[in-house]
Write a new protein. Structure first.
Length: 162
């Protein structure tokens, strides 16, 4: 029965990913995708495994497939945006975060990722605005607090150099 086999593969792949065995996770997610090529979550998780290995191009390919399969899901955009940010493609990261925010404007994660991309781009004021917005949505969000502190510290250091 393909449903049972698919569920078993996904469970094993999740365990491998959690254990940091990226190659095994990728192998198992690939098998699962062969059984159900329309399962966007399998692409997201395989993309996570690729990203954790530092293979951003393959991760982005998988995240892009998830976007194509479920274009109304904000999570697909923000996860791909994180990969673009980590790769240093800040404009693409910001664009994906904008799409995620259109679909789910009350998710603090989306502003944190966009803030990180703005920070990477050197747009400190925009980064600060994003981190502050995330903190309005989730006042105890550590990543937003840390991003805000880093953006302010970096902005102030740049101003002192000028």
């Amino acid at each position: 029965m393909p449903g049972k086999k698919l569920k078993s593969l996904l469970t094993k792949a999740d365990v491998a990913l959690e254990a940091g065995d990226h190659d095994e996770a990728i192998r198992l997610y690939t098998e699962a995708i062969a059984l159900d090529p329309d399962d966007s979550a399998a692409y997201l998780f395989r993309g996570n495994a690729y990203e954790e290995k530092g293979d951003y191009d393959r991760a982005i390919d998988d995240f892009s497939t998830a976007v194509k399969l479920e274009p109304n899901e904000a999570i697909n955009y923000v996860i791909r945006g994180m990969a673009y940010k980590d790769k240093g493609d800040y404009d693409l990261a910001i664009s994906d975060c904008n799409e995620a925010i259109k679909r789910a404007p009350d998710e603090a994660d989306h502003y944190v990722v966009r803030g990180g991309a703005c920070l990477g781009k050197g747009n400190y004021d925009r980064a600060i605005a994003n981190f502050e917005h995330a903190l309005k949505l989730e006042p105890d969000y550590e990543s937003a607090k840390n991003g805000l502190a880093e953006a302010k510290r970096t902005r102030d250091a740049q101003r002192e150099k000028a």
